[in-house]
Each structure stands twice: as structure tokens, then as C-alpha cells.
Design a protein around this ligand. Structure first.
Ligand code: GDP
Length: 539
């Protein structure tokens, strides 16, 4: 392969740069406060110029320059994954956005293959909601360390012990509170840091636009013996200490236990401690697992090895004037330098990383150098797909990115016979990019393909791109299924025999059993426990 010779980065530099990186995502249900918390994290890290609220305001004022953005604007949602990069006390944070619309799509799930930790954000009144649950399932399957932030504590909601119970029941997740609230939600006085026994008193600031002045007192002196909230907090803490819920670093790093924090993003409370905890607890990038050509585990790629990266998102057509295509690459090892030529393991072709961008929201700026944990957007990365491994000098291959089985299905028909070629090409491209799954009853031949996704929004995006980018016309029609599982070719006859079931095939050979209801699936699982019916697909 041809590669531009580079001055080798000292291994020590790469290790040190990786060690100060924290790459994470926030997982939540819409309205739990993700945008607010993101802004406040930036505010506390000193990365926000001006007042909090500016991120949203500026985004709203920006000119709409593409259909893609038009879709974003019209629906008032963020379709694209973006990366926020900021520094805090010598650390570099990469916060990967997980699109938060209720019809969220596979993009959201894929982001979790590019992070080393996640903040699970829950509304104190609502607890775990459907989207939190789906994202949590993926996070758990990937064993991603989780910090949980219980938000909106300034308003009535579940009491702290109820929250612990709730997480244990709904997610089977042990939550270890690192701070404990004094006062119930809605009448919240502050939190006691369990490790230091310091009391952080809750102070309101006007509109939450500035950093809340921190009043930190020794809990023993701050304690007001006439205040029943204190008596309750003390009792609860004794209870927690008695069950000996020490913070278990191993369980945390494995995603089996979560570090729990209480706060209120809108009033800036508890944001500082969360940021500090991300530095202390969230792991820095570590060597990534590799596989061999047969998909078998093949050790790990050391951080100091030559450059390697994983493509976790491909965004096409962000700007129609350029018809550009950005591949978002999470760096897994080595040093990235703009202009270097890397190899795409899947295609065996080399790729120039000349137009690499650092992406801050929608702002792009050129990126000259980056290290493990960082994300770079490569413009013009034709023939690059989600899940591709890029490498320099020493071949690497990372495992495929798993995704959840789709839950929405639509028959898709060509709306204009004279443009059948555009129709076919468009579908092929969207399937390859992972915008939607394109399925057929047989591996080849069935004239009516089926689009499948984890959210309806994926269909809007697909139709929009079919029309504007491929110049095709499509008609969608509801298909009768709402549950799917990955299966093996050998299981197909048994599944097809069951009423209300069908098996569809994706171009890459993945077999997907689809069912008219959860009940049909359960009955089949009961009658045929030998069948492969897997919730996770790989892509
Ligand atoms: P997202 O959909 O998860 O990004 O949520 P937003 O950040 O847009 O917040 C949804 C709503 O909840 C907005 O009206 C926020 O002002 C409000 N909100 C966010 N954080 C808090 C909080 O700590 N307390 C209260 N009371 N409201 C909050």
C-alpha cells in the first residue's frame, strides 16, 4: 500500500494523549434534559462563550443549506450525529451526540460503538422511559461503563430510594449513589458527597445561565437537626452503608453497576460533580479488540500501534452543493495526521484523509492531528461504510457494529417505471450506508422490497434521500410485522411454517425473522427453543 511517510509519533505521546481523553455519549429519552445537560457541561468546562442557551440559539439562526437540514429544521430535531469536543482541566472530552427524537434511528445506537462511557440521563419524575431502555440494552450488550444522572430534582419526582429500586427492577442494574440528596425532589436542599462527607448546598441562579455558586460545607456542621430532611437523609445513608454498597470499580467498568448522581441541569446543580466524575471514573480509551478474517477474536490493537480507526457513521449529502459524504471515524490507535493515506480493510483500497474535519455541532474546522478517542470526519470518503476499519502500516480489523433488530417495516414500491434504475441504486446505497435495512423475501428476486428500521424517522430520511439524491420516486405501504429477530438460514423453513411469521433477507445475507406480534414470536420460541432468534444484528 502507499502511505505518506510520517514522523513516527513517540509511543509515550500517544499513550499520554489517549490517557487524557474521555469519549462518551448521553443516553436518554426525549425531554429528559439532554440538550440542557450538554450545554451545562460545556458551561462548566469553560467551553461555552457567552451564556448557556447559546448553542441552541445559534443553531436556530443558522442558514438552512440543504434538504437534510431542512428536514432537521422542519421536524425540529437533530438528524445527524455530531461530536462536541472540549477541554476541561487538561482533559479532552469528546461528547458524541445521540439524536434524541422519539423516532430515533440506528445512528443513535451506532454511536455507542464509538464511546468508552455513557451518561444515562433520567427524569426524576419519569424514571426509565422506552428510549432510555433501548439505548441501555445496547450499552449493556457492549459493557459500556455508565454514570447515571437523575435530573430535574428541583421538581417533584421519585424519592432517592425509590430511584434505586426502580433501576434495580426495570434495568436489573445496581446503582451506587456517589452523592445523596437532602430533601425530596421539589424541595431539594443539596447533596452529600458520600466519599468526602461534604455537603453541596443547592443555590438557584437566574435562568441557570451562569455557573451556580458552589456552597460546600462539612456535612456535620451543615446538618440542621430541626430539619426532618436531614434526619431522613442520614437514615437513608446509614441504610446504604449497612448494605455495604461500596463503589465497585470492576462492576462499574463492566457496565454491571452504575455510579449515581442527583441534580438539576436547568439550575446547574450537580453538573460540576458529574464533570469531575467523568474525569475520575469514565475510562480513557483502551486497546480495541480485533478479529481475524473468519471473525474470530484476534487480540487487541495497542494504543501505540500505527493509526487505526472505526467508521461508525456515514453521513451523505449534508450539503447538496457538494454532494459530499462524511465518514465519522473513531480513532482507536496511533496518531492521525491530516493528509495521510490509510487502508480500508474491507475494500483493500487506500483512502486519503486530506479533508479531515473536527466537527463542533455543525461548525467544521480542519483537524491536523488527533489521537485515540478522538473523532474525525473525513469528507469525500466514497466507498466507506459503517463498520469499516481504516489502518496505517499494520493491518487491523475491528468487530462489526451490532444493532438492535428493527421494529418498523414498510413495503417500498417504485413510483415511476421509467426510473427503476434510480430506485434500485438508491435502495442499494441506503442499505449499504445503514440508513434503513432493505429486505426481500428471497435473497434475490422478490419485486417488493421491505424497508426496516428501529424508528419511523429512518423512513422519512430514506424517502427524502431517494427523491432528492437519487431522483427516484417511492411509495411506502405499511407491512404487517412489528417484531424481528436475526436467524440462521437453517431455521427458515420452521419459522415460515408458523402463522404470522416470515423470513426476510438483507443483501449481505443476514436472515431476519419477522413477526406480526410479540405473541407470535413468544409462541415460536416456546415451541422451538432450538431456533436462533437473536435481538442483536451485526452490521
Ligand atoms: P432533551 O429533549 O433531552 O434534549 O431535553 P431538553 O434539554 O430540551 O429539556 C426538555 C425540557 O426539560 C426543557 O423544557 C428544559 O428546560 C427542561 N429541563 C431540563 N433540565 C431540567 C431540570 O433540571 N429541571 C427542570 N425543572 N426542568 C428541566
Amino acid at each position: 500500500m502507499s502511505s505518506t511517510p510520517l514522523a513516527p509519533a513517540a509511543a509515550g505521546t500517544i499513550a499520554a494523549e489517549a490517557a487524557r481523553r474521555r469519549t462518551f455519549a448521553i443516553i436518554s429519552h426525549p425531554d429528559a434534559g439532554k440538550t440542557t445537560l450538554t450545554e451545562k457541561l460545556l458551561l462548566y468546562a469553560g467551553a461555552l462563550h457567552g451564556e448557556a442557551g447559546a448553542v441552541k440559539a445559534r443553531a436556530g439562526r443558522r442558514e438552512v443549506t440543504s434538504d437534510w437540514m431542512e428536514l432537521e429544521r422542519r421536524r425540529g430535531i437533530s438528524v445527524s450525529s455530531t461530536v462536541l469536543r472540549f477541554e476541561y482541566e487538561g482533559n479532552v472530552f469528546n461528547l458524541l451526540d445521540t439524536p434524541g427524537h422519539k423516532d430515533f434511528s440506528e445512528d443513535t445506537l451506532r454511536v455507542l460503538s464509538a464511546v468508552d462511557a455513557a451518561v444515562m440521563l433520567i427524569d426524576a419524575a419519569k424514571g426509565v422511559e422506552p428510549q432510555t431502555l433501548r439505548l441501555f440494552e445496547v450499552a449493556r450488550a457492549r459493557r459500556i461503563p455508565l454514570l447515571t444522572f437523575v435530573n430535574k430534582y428541583d421538581r417533584p419526582g421519585m424519592e432517592p430510594l425509590e430511584i434505586l429500586d426502580h433501576l434495580a427492577t426495570v434495568l436489573d442494574l445496581q446503582a451506587i449513589p456517589l452523592n445523596w440528596p437532602v430533601g425530596i425532589p421539589g424541595s431539594f436542599e443539596g447533596v452529600i458527597d458520600r466519599r468526602t462527607d461534604l455537603f453541596h448546598r443547592f443555590t438557584r441562579t437566574t435562568g441557570g445561565a451562569t455557573i451556580a455558586p458552589e456552597v460546600i460545607l462539612d456535612a456535620a456542621t451543615a446538618e440542621d437537626s430541626d430539619d426532618p430532611a436531614w434526619a431522613t437523609a442520614r437514615e437513608e445513608l446509614e441504610l446504604l452503608d449497612a448494605v455495604d454498597e461500596e463503589f465497585d470499580d470492576v462492576a462499574f467498568r463492566d457496565g454491571q453497576a452504575t455510579a449515581l448522581f442527583f441534580g438539576s441541569a436547568v439550575s446547574n446543580f450537580g453538573v460540576g460533580p458529574l464533570l469531575k466524575a467523568l474525569v475520575e471514573l469514565a475510562p480513557a480509551p483502551s486497546p480495541r479488540r480485533e478479529i481475524d478474517a473468519d471473525g474470530e477474536p484476534a487480540g487487541e490493537r495497542p494504543l501505540e500501534a500505527p493509526f487505526s480507526g472505526l467508521v461508525f457513521k456515514v453521513q451523505a449529502n449534508m450539503d447538496p452543493r457538494h454532494r459530499d459524504r462524511i465518514a465519522f471515524v473513531r480513532i482507536c490507535s496511533g496518531r492521525f495526521e491530516r493528509g495521510m493515506r490509510v487502508m480500508n480493510e474491507r475494500t483493500g483500497r487506500s483512502l486519503a484523509m486530506a479533508h479531515a474535519h473536527e466537527v463542533f455541532g455543525r461548525e467544521r474546522s480542519l483537524m491536523e492531528e488527533a489521537f485515540p478517542g478522538d473523532v474525525v470526519g473525513i469528507v469525500g470518503a466514497a466507498d466507506t461504510r459503517v463498520g469499516d476499519t481504516l489502518w496505517l502500516d499494520e493491518p487491523a480489523r475491528f468487530p462489526a457494529i451490532p444493532s438492535l433488530a428493527p421494529e418498523f417495516f414498510m413495503f417500498v414500491r417504485n413510483g415511476d417505471v421509467s426510473r427503476y434504475k434510480q430506485f434500485r441504486r438508491g435502495l442499494e446505497q441506503l442499505d449499504e450506508e445503514g440508513v434503513v435495512h432493505v429486505l426481500r423475501r428471497e435473497a434475490a428476486g422478490d419485486p417488493v422490497p421491505v424497508l426496516a428500521g428501529v424508528g419511523r424517522l429512518q423512513f422519512d430520511v430514506a424517502v427524502n434521500r431517494m427523491e432528492n439524491e437519487f431522483n427516484a420516486r417511492v411509495r411506502l405501504e405499511e407491512a404487517p410485522w412489528n417484531v424481528a429477530r436475526r436467524t440462521e438460514p437453517g431455521d427458515v423453513p420452521t419459522i415460515r411454517e408458523a402463522t404470522g411469521s416470515e423470513v426476510l433477507v438483507r443483501a449481505d445475507g443476514t436472515h431476519l425473522a419477522v413477526f406480526r406480534s410479540e405473541f407470535v414470536l413468544q409462541r415460536l420460541e416456546r415451541d422451538h427453543p432450538e431456533l436462533t432468534l437473536d435481538r442483536l444484528l451485526t452490521r
